[in-house]
Design a protein around this ligand. Structure first.
Ligand code: PLP
Length: 458
């Protein structure tokens, strides 16, 4: 529907270059204008409510309208609205947050570096990998490995690590020295009669072969999300990370865990690294760090890494990396308050209580004619839509079946996200069992409407 002249939607079309949007379709139909939020719901400019089953972009863990975060931001703005961390200065609240994060780390970590986005945290990790290996006098050990379907961001380094074709195509990416190995999606990539463990063994072997083919002396680091998010919510098969980590250890390859989605309770543990037994050398986090209320991300590094970075900065004169808003006091104050709320309200305990109902809800759709796989862990999951359940045949990309389901869900007051033909859900961590049932009803109606369309079009 073409938006009315002078509406917010038409002004948006006229003025705003949107991220991650089909710009031609936007120019025709306009955006969904969201005006406000409350709990797990957002409201459009006509007052229609939607259950936001994606927490925005996997981030609004405490839902909308959390007054304590509003107050924390206002208090800090009055006290110190901006200061920086360059040249040995620091806002006090930034130190509080760094300490708090180190206390939460799943393995001993030494220091926290702050940035604004997941992409910046990942780029920082990548630059540290290079910096370190120069310091360690092995300048050839610079290649990094990520996985097909990984999502690590959109800056030049992080987009190179991302393993999704559309993030590379016509952006002249990936950059040299970034390699991709198998995606651990058992449903899609396991061979006939291969067990999950055998699949994991095969993927670890393939990783080893890649490292050997490239030369272990040239491979520096492996980046991995514990659960792959934007690639389709892919939960690793049993024993996968144990086997992968054995290979990384054997060839002295660092592990960087990208906890941007998984961090802070999403998988029913504080970190995805705990759920899937990762022992990272560095880890990134963002999103639920501030419940998405302000941009902030962080990278934690081990003592071994920190020691080398510290020494190298002394040799070179400075550690010449950092963002104007690294450790921004207002973002840090909001993040600290977020972490306090997680603890005081036992959000992790809540996720553990409600996530079985969420996972059962998804798995009940396994019997739906459109659903090939229902997968997930904690409060994140996906339904993969298929043309033929028995052969697992996908729909043609031109069918846009995922997008159709998203539209149907929206008509039913539910916001979900299509990642190809996988429909992702990652609701606010404060969701109740009743609200999960409400999602189920709306999702069911959207699935049925999409199935009718699929039947009619053959
Ligand atoms: N890493 C992961 C796992 C993500 O899911 C994302 C974003 O969704 C990023 C990195 C990039 O974060 P940002 O969009 O804040 O740059």
């Amino acid at each position: 529907m073409t938006p009315q002249a002078n509406s917010t939607a038409s002004r948006d079309i006229a003025s705003h270059l949107h991220p991650y949007t089909n710009l031609e379709a936007l120019a025709q139909n306009g955006p969904l204008v969201i005006e406000r939020g409350e709990g797990i719901r957002v409201f459009d400019d006509e007052g229609n409510p939607y259950i936001e089953a994606m927490s925005g972009l996997w981030c609004t863990s405490l839902g909308w309208g959390e007054e304590r975060l509003v107050e924390a931001a206002a208090r800090q703005m009055r006290r110190l609205g901006f200061y920086h961390c360059f040249t040995a200065k620091v806002p006090d609240v930034t130190v509080d947050l760094a300490e708090r994060l180190l206390a939460l780390a799943p393995v001993p970590m030494s220091k926290v570096f702050f940035a604004n986005s997941g992409s910046e945290a990942i780029d920082t990790a990548l630059k540290l990998v290079w910096y370190l290996n120069n310091k360690r006098a092995r300048p050839e050990k610079k290649k990094v490995i990520a996985r097909h379907k990984a999502y690590h961001g959109v800056t030049i380094g992080s987009a190179s690590l991302t393993g999704l074709p559309l993030n590379h195509r016509d952006f002249d990416l990936p950059i040299k020295g970034v390699l991709h190995t198998d995606c651990p999606h058992y449903y899609r990539f396991a061979e006939a009669d291969e067990s999950e463990e055998d699949f994991a063994t095969r993927l670890a072997r393939n990783l080893e072969k890649l490292i050997l083919d490239e030369g272990p002396e040239t491979v520096a680091a492996f980046f991995a999300e514990p659960v792959m998010g934007a690639g389709g919510v892919i939960v690793p098969p049993a024993t996968y990370f144990q086997k992968i980590q054995a290979i990384l250890k054997k060839y002295d390859v660092l592990l960087i865990a990208d906890e941007v989605i998984c961090g802070f309770g999403r998988t029913a543990n504080m970190w995805g690294s705990e759920t899937f037994s990762l022992k990272p050398d560095m880890m990134t986090m963002a999103k639920a760090l501030s419940s998405g209320y302000l941009p902030i991300s962080a990278l934690m590094v081990s003592e071994e890494i920190y020691t080398d970075v510290r020494e190298h900065s002394a040799t070179l004169g400075t550690f010449a990396h950092g963002f104007t808003y690294s450790g921004h006091p207002v973002s840090c104050a909001v993040a600290l308050e977020t972490l306090k709320i997680y603890e005081e309200r036992n959000i992790l305990g809540h996720v553990r209580r409600v996530s079985p109902a969420f996972q059962d809800m998804l798995r009940r759709y396994r019997d739906h004619p459109l659903v090939g796989e229902a997968r997930g862990v904690g409060l994140v999951g996906a339904l993969e839509l298929v043309r033929d359940k028995s052969t697992r045949e996908s729909f043609a990309p031109a069918d846009g079946v995922g997008a159709r389901l998203v539209t149907q869900a929206q008509k039913n007051g539910l916001i979900v996200r299509a990642l190809g033909d996988s429909i992702a859900l990652s609701p606010p961590l404060i969701i109740t069992e009743d609200e999960i049932s409400d999602i189920a009803r709306r999702l069911g109606a959207a699935l049925d409407a999409t199935a009718r369309w699929a039947d009619e079009t053959g």
